[in-house]
Ligand binder design. Structure first.
Ligand code: URA
Length: 208
């Protein structure tokens, strides 16, 4: 992927300002704001989720709610300081439906993921990470194509022309839903092990 000119942090700031006014799909209408990625503009590890949730929509930062806490814990176990990563989402507006006073997450449609891919691709081109961890099916399918199955391909290194190495894994919300249920421990261990795979890029590819 061709690197745009200029300092990555300044370039990301410019992208963030551009994305704040994005109207390429209707999701902006019911969202508080565009939630752009944040973190280290020169990170070797980029993490891509699905879309902001309720707390992310209110604060304007990715993965700061319950799923973010699961992610932070697993990153710590895998030896990846979150401050050394760049964290973003495949879709940058919160899609939700009302349920009483609550705003319930709704999975984004393919056309919304497609409309938002330009921002993700421009973030990847700017940060130039060594590895992109796709958290869940929406992120994985956005970057790896619709046939990707997390259950079959999680924890493997996938290669696509013009992209850094890509590692699909579970979405932290899946682990949240498994809490206290059969399979929780195994899924957590697999999630940490997939992040450990990404952690190797912090060490191996230090001469970027
Ligand atoms: N889930 C996501 O996919 N991204 C967030 O930022 C928060 C929850």
């Amino acid at each position: 992927m061709k690197k745009p000119p200029g300092n990555p942090a300044a370039r990301l700031e410019h992208l963030r300002e551009e994305a704040a006014g994005c109207r390429d799909c209707p999701l902006w209408e019911n969202a508080t704001q565009t939630v752009f990625g944040d973190g280290d503009a020169r990170a070797k590890v980029m993490l891509v989720g699905e879309q902001p949730g309720d707390q992310e929509d209110r604060t304007g930062h990715p993965f700061v709610g319950p799923a973010g806490r699961i992610l932070d814990q697993a990153l710590a176990e895998a030896g990846i300081p979150r401050a050394h990563t760049y964290v973003t989402n495949a879709v940058k507006h919160f899609k939700w439906e009302p349920r009483g006073k609550r705003r319930l997450h709704k999975t984004p449609a393919q056309r919304e993921v497609d409309a938002c891919r330009q921002w993700l691709e421009r973030e990847i081109a700017t940060v130039q990470p060594a590895v992109v961890v796709c958290l869940g099916a929406t992120a994985a399918k956005s970057l790896l194509g619709p046939r990707l199955r997390i259950s079959q391909e999680r924890g493997t290194v996938q290669r696509r022309e013009g992209f850094p190495d890509l590692v699909p894994t579970f979405h932290p919300s899946y682990l949240l839903r498994l809490k206290g249920r059969a399979g929780e421990e195994e899924a957590h261990a697999q999630f940490v092990s997939d992040l450990e795979l990404a952690a190797r890029y912090l060490k191996d590819k230090s001469d970027r």
